[in-house]
Design a binder for this molecule. Sequence first.
Ligand SMILES: Cc1cc2nc3c(=O)[nH]c(=O)nc-3n(C[C@H](O)[C@H](O)[C@H](O)COP(=O)(O)OP(=O)(O)OC[C@H]3O[C@@H](n4cnc5c(N)ncnc54)[C@H](O)[C@@H]3O)c2cc1C
Ligand code: SF4
Length: 502
Amino acid sequence: MPDPNGFLRYDRRLPARRPVPVRISDWREVYPPAGEELIREQATRCMDCGIPFCHDGCPLGNRIPDWNDLVRTGNWDAAVESLHATNNFPEFTGRLCPAPCEAACVLGIGGGQPVTIKQVEVEIADAAVARGGLRPRPVPAPTGRSVAVVGSGPAGLAAAQQLARAGHAVTVYERDDAIGGLLRYGIPDFKLEKEHIDRRLAQLAAEGVQFRTGVDVGVDVTAEQLRAEHDAVLLACGALQGRDTPETPGRQLRGVHQAMSHLVAANRVVAAAGDGRPALAVLPDGTPIDAAGKHVVIIGGGDTAADCLGVAHRQGAAGVHQLDLYPEPPETRDAARDPWPTWPWVLRNYPAHEEGGERVFAVAVQEFVDDGTGQVKGVRIAEVSVEKRDGRRIVTPLPGSERELPADLVLLAIGFEGTEQQPLLEQFGVRRNARGAVDARPDWQTDADGVFVAGDMHRGASLIVWAIAEGRAAAAAIHAYLGGVGELPAPVDPARQPLAAR
Ligand SMILES: Cc1cc2nc3c(=O)[nH]c(=O)nc-3n(C[C@H](O)[C@H](O)[C@H](O)COP(=O)(O)OP(=O)(O)OC[C@H]3O[C@@H](n4cnc5c(N)ncnc54)[C@H](O)[C@@H]3O)c2cc1C
Ligand code: SF4
């Protein structure tokens, strides 16, 4: 029986982040472990409210009150078991999830302080490693059926693990040189050290999952070959088509890049160099894309932009501006606009924001300014108002508000336009819809029979927790399609949306 008064005795507390000067001198994670005393105290704040809206906030349906109480009482092995019953990779979500569960926690009603669910989750995930490692589950007798998973992000990996554990032969195809999708080369080490991925991959491999890196499906191997070799195919290729701004004057200048080019280059250097100060980050063609000594302007206000900010500081940028088209959000939930338990529009301060740089809200770039040699030297911005008319976004510059910011490196972090246009789509006979995503039927099959889709490729650029949830659900559908015995858990269906006020 959970402690009904814990939240009255204890305030919400998170572990202190590592000091800024220390953490920007390396690439290690920002948060140290919370320690058993703090995390048991925080888990005690969960009152087991009876109708846990946090379950609905979490697309995985994580059994949050159950494992909070197991942590409170020190039953770590049972907490590990309970958490893994719904989540294949809590070490990723515990570190990276924006925690829609916390926005839906009863303790957050009326501006209160929700349980630190995500922190409890990561401590349980790390306890699993500390208490005997991520042991592979015994695999049942082979079913004789085989599945190809294309793409090795969290959606593909979650599906692969579920299917292997059901006895199917699973091969994951990845065009990169390493497995992990955006977790590997998109998200920097200061948010997720890569040993967490490697440890989980060892478990998947021991459970029978085969990995084939450096294979661009549609180029190195055709859809026809894949279909001939496997009984079903899951496409989990992500939504990696970066949005651009070709109409802005000066876009072609040297020094103006997609944010992902910057992040991938930086992550590759860290991967090669370990924990030392990295060498210069370069594009695949050798062009430097390093922020050292540079004035950096990051355009965009989301996860990707914050990751660029953290990377720029670790590379030694001279100064960083981060531009957002929208006005500064409020610090707290506007209950009229986003009532509890929905996800609120509030100012999100990532750890990268306390490391330096200046955020500029309600501005739009008018021009990337040429230094006369074809290299960017500045960004001309104007203050703007943004309104929605007939479903379209209208951006209006304020006359006389223009000014120039210095910029040697400009990073476009303005979102993604769905999955990439690539040969694989046509070969499998699947189409991108108006959002650039690939539609799924209610059983996760695409327009092509036996070809399933999950994760960002289906949902559009989203979150790791959604990718894992869709990977699990698609695996359940594939298992049924292959005539597997029993049912696998399916936390979401293809039409499921985040909690919303209707
Ligand atoms: C910079 C950045 C930071 C983010 N930070 C967070 C965060 O903090 N928290 C959070 O919850 N979410 C975050 N996200 C979103 C999150 O990373 C994604 O929602 C998630 O990774 C999607 O998983 P996925 O498996 O669908 O696809 P991905 O992780 O994108 O993986 C798709 C994989 O498919 C491979 N692929 C594509 N085509 C082929 C092909 N033809 N053949 C073989 N392989 C192919 C790609 O190389 C890639 O490895 C972030 C996203 C970005 C870009
Ligand atoms: S995965 Fe995300 S939403 Fe689900 S319990 Fe963990 S932090 Fe909350």
